[in-house]
Design a protein around this ligand. Structure first.
Ligand SMILES: [Zn+2]
Length: 340
């Protein structure tokens, strides 16, 4: 089959579109023909090199396709069925996995990170990863859901325990997680303040339900938040930007407020004054993807049409290099999807 692999870490030039042997599914696995694989910032981090990635590696976490083969030990699936894949690898036999806390398993990793992913034509996965999709979702839309909607759900619901009527500041509204967070927060009847780098992205964020928009290049986030909230601040800041926004995120919180973060796109090192943390009784929460149970929970809302994936544009898999360059330029609103 054809696949995009990296044999070394580096810029987009290390992505190689090449022939690799077809995966040979085990008797307890399902072979899926990949129709769409959505990109995430994780693809760029894996390409440039993060701990735990061995080479060569096929990138790509978010996969939708058709079942091509069903292992002998598996029941309940049939060839040709349209599915998406839970974007995670876990052992499925430790205390954490048994408790449904897959993202705390010692083997936990994303597809395309610690194990091979979906930038290819065929992928073999355990049956536990395979989730049928309704006809209302095309493959590009289905591939645009798993990682970002799961991540945003775990952040807001699993970690920050969002409650109806709260005010949520969503940074980077044009990103995949931002788009998911706006919609999930609205599902909980929260008031949403979204930030983005230009007016057209803010307009799209409002169309998804954001109540207020802040241009984070032209306006000072905490000042605008103060004005919008009548000096109160927000209950939850949805962070994934990191160094560039951390100060503003802290200053935007009301007393007892929470920052929940899943990433550090602009850099991982931040500073804060401990007196500010304890005196204002703030919470800083880390969040890493989510559990399989949470994936089913958020998918139920996607399948019912209450949460909507947003596809920015598609590229043929062979043009993965161009897609990486496009993504690094941050011009998109929604997901960039590769089609084998
Ligand atoms: Zn486990």
């Amino acid at each position: 089959m054809k696949a995009v692999r990296i044999h070394e870490f580096g810029g987009p030039e290390v992505l190689r579109y090449e022939d690799v042997p077809d995966p040979q599914p085990r008797k307890d696995q399902v072979l899926v023909r990949v129709k769409a694989c959505a990109m995430n910032h994780l693809d760029i981090f894996v390409r440039t090199g993060i701990p735990g990635v061995t080479l060569p590696r096929i990138l790509g976490s978010d996969i939708a396709g058709e079942i091509a083969e069903v292992g002998e030990y598996i029941t309940g699936f049939k060839v040709g069925q349209r599915v998406l894949l839970a974007p995670m690898h876990f052992c499925n036999r430790c205390a954490k996995c048994g408790a449904g806390l897959q993202n705390q398993c010692r083997e936990f990793t994303a597809l395309g990170n610690g194990v091979d992913g979906g930038n290819c034509e065929l992928i073999a996965v355990p049956a536990v990863n395979v989730i049928p999709i309704p006809d209302t979702l095309d493959f590009n839309q289905a591939a645009s859901v798993p990682l970002v909607f799961l991540t945003a759900w775990h952040m807001l619901v699993g970690r920050a325990s969002i409650r109806p009527g709260q005010t949520v500041l969503v940074l980077g509204a044009g990103s995949g997680v931002g788009i998911a967070a706006i919609q999930i927060a609205k599902l909980f009847s929260a008031r949403v303040i979204a930030t983005a780098g230009d007016e057209s992205k803010l307009e799209k964020a409002r169309a998804l339900g954001a109540d207020h928009g802040i241009n984070h290049y032209k306006q000072k986030i905490s000042q605008e938040v103060r004005a919008i909230t009548n000096k109160e601040g927000v209950d939850i800041v949805f962070e994934h930007v990191g160094a560039a926004t951390w100060d503003e995120s802290m200053k935007s919180l009301k007393p007892n407020g929470t920052i929940v973060t899943c990433g550090a796109t602009t850099g991982p090192e931040v500073k804060f004054d401990l007196r500010f943390l304890f005196a204002r009784q703030l919470s800083f929460l880390g969040s890493y993807m989510g559990t399989l149970g949470e994936l089913y929970e958020v998918l139920s809302h996607v399948f019912a049409g209450r949460l909507k994936p947003v596809v920015d544009r598609t590229f043929p898999l062979k043009d993965a290099r161009t897609a990486h360059e496009y993504m690094a330029a941050s011009q998109m609103f929604g997901k960039v999807v590769l089609n084998p």
